[in-house]
Design a protein. Structure first.
Length: 69
């Protein structure tokens, strides 16, 4: 059986993107950014951190295609 982990809401107010993550425990986290790709990055990072999905083998990518280990 599938169970939702998060609800996600994204809005644009002027030139600012606002993202909200609603967890199954009733918590809400808010994120703001001028760029939607940075908003997505921050929201995904937060969800992965909360779910414990990071390991020593993960590689971060920079905006110019480089890698950070």
């Amino acid at each position: 059986m599938e169970e939702p982990l998060y609800g996600i809401e994204i809005q644009k107010e002027g030139n600012i993107y606002l993202g909200r993550i609603y967890s199954d425990g009733g918590n809400v986290k808010e994120f703001k950014s001028h760029k939607i790709d940075l908003l997505f990055r921050d929201m995904i990072y937060d969800m992965r951190l909360a779910l414990g999905e990071f390991s020593n083998k993960d590689v971060e990518y920079t905006g110019d295609g480089g890698q950070i280990k």
